[in-house]
Design a binder for this molecule. Structure first.
Ligand SMILES: *[C@@H]1O[C@H](CO)[C@@H](O)[C@H](O)[C@H]1NC(C)=O
Ligand SMILES: *[C@@H]1O[C@H](CO)[C@@H](O)[C@H](O)[C@H]1NC(C)=O
Length: 511
């Protein structure tokens, strides 16, 4: 009996241990769309009774979340992203080996800004602040992973998109360039010879760039703020306990992954809410339906080239529909009569309205997920980052028509928009795609919450470490084995030849 009582209380003790964990979240990237993926994580963990400290440029600011403390870094991080002109250097014309160094440079500055933040410094340098888990955004730069070593807590990486190549390699995912390239190279399915060549060159370049340039610089920044005695940053990156990636294997090419890389999707989707009265009226008084047009929070309609904006307006004027356009200024000179502009619109709720006929989008991942969840057919006009790849892939699913903004014409735009709005196949393909994507045993939010608590319970995932992380590259590529497999027979052949021809020549000499 006593033993049972002991086991009972010990069990409660264990459960409450798990319940009262302290978690530090660091989400660097100042962008609405990225943070929309991260917010549900810090929010949910706090609601489960964990004490969460979140460093973020987009605090939730909800006083009901009593277990969530937020450190607002919007001022310093937005200043950086505006200075770098993120939306311009990420444009699809810029080659990938230009983008990666620029992203590294930007994340270096994010690291300086965050590690210099006085509120954050206080937490980092307070020996009484003990954390059971650190969750850090990972895209390209692993600097924040040094927090794991500094604060002696297991660390989990999270990305609002897929991982970049370096993240997959650090996690131990196989990464053959013949099949998996960078997300900025919109290769899909089987690569052509030229694509494999480019993908291989990129692979070699990026490995050398990280090894010789980026990693030593990141390591220096980490050590500058968190202590010279830290292990080398590349080793810390390989020590990450889990990585949550926004990659749905149906939208991205399926790939082999180690058990600690956890896919997630639809993290930010909420149930449709009633629309504001004026928006509802605009939508419901449109006799032939409404086209919803937004380029998201990173590209922004005010930033796109004048030529394409002019083309879009000319095309819209010829449509029989109303167009609801998220345009970030008060005035749009030359705006056609059937176009309504608003600086901000509740996109998820608008896409749920049955009178919306199509969604013209830049195809950012979060917008794409919203369209899929609401079964809304799309016209894709990608500009930056992963948008091109998303658009190309959705076109293959028959749920979207892809427009290349560099070469499009007014006629093509009108034809494409009308086709997507009127042809029912896009909507029915969207319905099928949604059914496929959301057929899962648990929601992504439940899955990543479980994994976060799993890492807390077991103080990391050392027991799941894949040997692909630690093997040296020449062994992984079996170079030593091939040397033996090819070298030994070659040596034997050589000996036999010498033996046979050697004898002959002796014979010949004798004769
Ligand atoms: C805060 O955490 C405690 C346990 O640590 C829990 O009982 C409570 O419900 C949490 N409150 C909120 C609002 O999340
Ligand atoms: C990686 O983690 C293990 C155990 O969690 C630890 O013993 C080791 O020192 C870590 N390596 C580095 C480079 O921090």
């Amino acid at each position: 009996m006593k033993v049972l009582v002991f086991i009972y209380f010990f069990g409660i003790f264990l459960i409450s241990q798990n319940k009262c964990a302290r978690i530090l979240c660091v989400f660097q990237m100042p962008a609405v769309s990225h943070q929309a993926t991260f917010k549900p994580i810090s929010r949910t963990l706090s609601l489960r009774g964990h004490k969460v400290v979140a460093v973020t440029p987009h605090p939730i600011n909800d006083s009901n979340l009593t277990n969530l403390t937020e450190i607002d870094t919007s001022k310093e991080t937005y200043e950086i992203i505006f200075r770098h002109g993120f939306e311009f250097f990420m444009s699809k014309e810029d080659p990938v080996h230009h983008k990666i160094p620029k992203i590294f440079a930007m994340y270096d500055e994010f690291a300086h800004a965050i590690l210099n933040n006085s509120q954050f410094k206080k937490i980092c340098n307070d020996p009484n602040q003990k954390f059971d888990l650190i969750i850090s955004q990972i895209y390209v730069s692993p600097i924040m992973f040094a927090l794991g070593a500094k604060l002696k807590a297991p660390i989990v990486g999270v990305s609002s998109m897929g991982g970049w190549q370096g993240t997959h390699i650090a996690a131990g995912n196989p990464n053959p360039p013949a099949l998996y390239s960078e997300m900025f190279l919109p290769y899909n399915g089987e690569l052509t010879f030229y694509e494999r060549l480019k993908s291989t060159l990129y692979f070699i370049w990026s490995r050398l760039y990280v090894y010789w340039v980026a990693m030593p610089r990141c390591d220096k920044i980490a050590k500058q703020y968190l202590g010279e005695d830290l292990p080398y940053l590349a080793d810390l990156e390989r020590n990450v306990s889990a990585i949550f990636l926004n990659i749905n294997p149906i939208l991205y090419t399926p790939r082999p992954m180690v058990p600690t890389v956890i896919p997630m999707s639809f993290m930010h989707i909420q149930k449709p809410k009633p629309l504001p009265e004026d928006i509802r009226e605009i939508i419901e008084t449109a006799k032939n339906g409404v086209i919803y047009f937004s380029l998201g929070s990173n590209v922004k309609s005010v930033n796109i080239p004048q030529r394409i904006r002019g083309l879009l307006m000319e095309a819209f004027a010829e449509l029989p529909y109303k167009v609801l356009w998220k345009f970030e200024k008060e005035e749009l000179p030359g705006k056609p009569d059937n176009v309504v502009i608003r600086k901000w619109l509740p996109q998820q709720d608008i896409l749920a309205h049955p009178n919306i006929k199509a969604f013209i989008s830049q195809c950012g991942l979060q917008s794409t997920e919203e369209a899929i969840d609401r079964e809304m057919p799309m016209v894709g006009i990608p500009f930056i980052a992963d948008q091109e790849m998303n658009s190309v892939r959705l076109a293959k699913w028959g749920v979207l028509r892809h427009v290349d903004y560099l070469n499009t014409t007014k006629e093509e735009l009108v034809r494409t928009i009308k086709d997507v709005a009127e042809n029912p196949s896009y909507r029915s393909n969207m319905k099928n795609l949604r059914a496929l994507l959301q057929d899962e045993p648990m929601t992504s939010l439940d899955r990543v919450t479980w994994w976060a608590e799993y890492v807390i319970r077991h103080r990391g995932t050392r027991h799941l470490r894949s040997p692909t992380i630690d093997i040296e590259w020449h062994k992984y590529l079996l170079l030593d084995v091939f040397v033996v497999l090819i070298g030994v027979p070659a040596l034997l052949l050589l000996l036999i030849f010498r033996f046979v021809f050697g004898k002959k020549s002796i014979k010949m000499k004798k004769e």
